[in-house]
Design a protein around this ligand. Structure first.
Ligand SMILES: [Cu+2]
Length: 273
């Protein structure tokens, strides 16, 4: 069990997965109902879908392409949205090999129509996740898949590298992981140092209203777990996230931090025994 002090210092959004869902996972697009770490109450709604409106077939690789889509929940188009973390929708694309990651914010109309110019450099199959919160409803993640045309680079075996040090451009991240809640959650702490000097960073800026942003994908199921540190946390070189880990196995994470107006992405792989 996590201490109260910890819970007040970090927030998390966990996602219900096949492991804790009562019925087998549908084969196509599914939603993961977001729920708090210790509250696995199932929402009343059925899985939400990302519905592309003009994407016939494959997206061309490396070419900016205007893509429109909307979300559907309970068979109905989701129109009115509440911003979460400063945006109406967070669009995440992850290649099936878990080696490519994009995090974008589409323009969203009052009718729930989303529009984004999408440039995906690497061919392959992608999992598409959209974080959203319907007005007056529960936050959730809508899903679908898409293909990016071209010769897809073959997947390589995922190598667990966290806990450990990951160098991502101007950022050197020492990643520490502490299991809690009998292994069902992990506290992932990033000790951030300057890539050049190795000194703890002093210039971390809020990104999307928090001191960091973390997406975690469960490698086996491609289920999506989104986590944020405490909103408005004081500037520090250490940022901790609490991440729900429903099953043993490998997880791939992409942590994002902002310095000097630039967003830096730290990819990492960890395993839950
Ligand atoms: Cu976002």
């Amino acid at each position: 069990m996590l201490s109260h002090r910890f819970l007040s210092a970090a927030c998390c959004v966990c996602v219900l997965t096949a492991a804790c869902a009562p019925t087998p996972k549908p084969p196509a697009s599914t939603v993961d109902h977001s729920a708090h770490e210790h509250n696995h109450a199932h929402g009343s709604s059925t899985p939400a879908l990302v519905v592309f409106e003009d994407l016939a077939g494959e997206l061309p690789a490396g070419q900016p392409t205007l893509v429109t889509f909307h979300l559907e929940q309970d068979g109905k188009r989701v129109e009115k949205l509440e911003p979460t973390h400063e945006k109406l929708m967070h669009l995440i694309l992850v290649r099936d090999a878990l080696d490519e990651f994009l995090h974008l914010h589409p323009q969203v109309s009052d009718e729930g129509q989303a529009e984004i110019e999408l440039t995906v450099p690497e061919p392959g199959s992608y999992h598409v996740y959209v974080d959203f919160q319907p007005k007056g409803g529960q936050a959730g993640t809508a899903r679908t898949t898409m293909k990016v045309a071209g010769d897809a680079r073959p997947a390589t075996e995922l190598k667990t590298n966290a806990p450990g040090e990951v160098i991502a451009g101007e950022l050197r991240a020492e990643i520490a992981i502490t299991a809690g809640d009998e292994g069902k959650s992990q506290t992932i702490t990033f000790h951030l140092k300057d890539g050049q000097t190795g000194e703890p960073v002093k210039d971390l800026e809020p990104y999307l209203g928090a001191m960091g942003h973390l997406v975690v994908i469960q490698a086996a199921t491609k289920d999506y777990i989104h986590a944020h540190p405490e909103h408005g946390a004081a500037a520090t070189s250490n940022v901790a996230f609490e991440v729900h880990t429903p099953a043993s196995g490998q997880y791939v994470g992409w942590a994002q931090f902002q310095r000097g107006g630039d967003v830096m992405t730290v990819p990492f792989v960890f395993a839950v025994p």
